[in-house]
Design a protein around this ligand. Structure first.
Ligand code: DAH
Length: 370
């Protein structure tokens, strides 16, 4: 065997046996690199006689071409093998069941709030909001709670420590202070985070929000949600109030009509004041609204007291109005049957996945909005 044939046989065997790309590259450098064996042979052509070059030239060039081709072929084979190995290792078994994805749910209070807003918006009410941290003036004084009167105590208020000016801020005990913020025109515009700003009558607003009282049992939680309603216009009377609540209740409970009754009550900010009850049946263990012979209290309400109107710069001989305050969580409990109100805010995901709502449902088909 000639030296060339021996070199070619050796290189071919090594190339065929090269285990990976790095080994193959080392072989290429050893044969075709600057000081590689075949490069050396090519260089030697320069010192040959023309006759010798005639036969050695094609032989050496042929050797280089075949070794280059063998290297390229082995490289392609190694790449294909590597791809096969990766495909086998990273194979996805599409027949396996998918890992279950945990889905969030809309909290019943938010669902009920959205349903209520949708119904009242449909009836022409605008939305207003006020701060959770209130001052004594808006929460009590402006709402006609006399100073040092026991009515102030009836709310079991959470007070903050007095500030440098001696003023004690508090967590609002109801959404009623926003009535005052909506009616009273002041020179200081409210911060952007709440919408309520003094406006001229006619006024028709609802005010959903968080409220706070030191109270905790199956039907009370220290933080709860209320929705205030306020209508101020000319010639407004209790009949408008009753129609508004009746219409809302029928739509909320998705009933053609409901039977409600006014019960006399006292709130400092309304005169006359009433609580309204809705007909219900609890005999089967769960509350069914719109049937039966029992009553369930659903809302506090009344005609806005003239003192409130005056406090807000409105003339009671010209403007009258009615107001109401719903407990949102309570209404949700009546509609969806949660036994204990405290569970609503215990942040137990099992409770939430049982009572929660899909985020993709419309607020309330009965509202006429979709
Ligand atoms: N603020 C009352 C409460 O916390 C509810 C209420 C009663 C609101 C009568 C009103 C109203 O606007 O007119 O219990």
């Amino acid at each position: 065997m000639t030296d060339h044939a021996q070199l070619e046989a050796d290189l071919s065997a090594q190339i065929a046996a090269a285990p990976d790309a790095a080994a193959l590259e080392a072989l290429r450098v050893a044969a075709l690199g600057k000081s590689g064996s075949i490069s050396g042979l090519l260089k030697s052509l320069g010192s040959m006689s023309p006759d010798e070059r005639k036969t050695a030239g094609p032989a050496i060039n042929g050797l280089r071409d075949r070794v280059s081709a063998a290297l390229a072929e082995r490289k392609a084979a190694l790449e294909a093998a590597e791809l096969d190995a990766r495909l086998a290792a990273e194979r996805l078994d599409l027949t396996l069941p998918a890992t279950p994805r945990r889905k969030g749910a809309v909290h019943p209070t938010m669902q009920v709030m959205d349903e209520m807003i949708a119904i009242f918006a449909d009836m022409g009410f605008a939305l207003a909001e006020g701060p959770d941290i209130e001052d004594d003036f808006h929460n009590f004084t402006a709402l006609n709670f006399p100073p040092r009167h026991p009515a102030r105590e009836m709310h079991d208020t959470f007070f903050f420590n007095p500030g440098p000016d001696g003023e004690r801020k508090l967590l609002r005990t109801h959404t009623s202070p926003v009535q005052v913020r909506v009616m009273q025109k002041t020179n200081t515009p409210p911060p952007a985070s709440w919408i309520a700003a003094g406006q001229d009558p006619p006024i028709r607003v609802i005010v959903p929000g968080r409220t706070y009282r030191q109270d905790s049992d199956a039907t009370h939680t220290p933080m709860f949600h209320q929705m205030e309603g306020l209508v101020i216009d000319r010639n407004i009377h209790m009949g408008h109030l009753k129609w508004t609540i009746d219409t809302f209740i029928a739509r909320f409970f998705e009933l053609p009509s409901v039977v409600t009754r006014f019960r006399p009550h006292h709130f400092p900010f309304t005169e006359p004041s009433a609580e309204m009850d809705v007909q219900c049946d609890t005999s089967g263990g769960e509350v069914k609204v719109g049937q039966g012979t029992e009553w369930s209290e659903i809302v506090g309400c009344g005609m806005v007291h003239p003192n409130i109107l005056r406090m807000c710069g409105l003339d009671p001989d010209e403007w009258q109005g009615f107001a109401f305050g719903f407990g949102i969580d309570r209404l949700g409990r009546l509609k969806y049957g949660m036994p204990d109100l405290r569970d609503m805010f215990a942040s137990d995901t099992r409770w939430l996945s049982h009572y929660g709502f899909s985020a993709f449902a419309t607020p309330n088909p009965a509202s006429g909005l979709s």
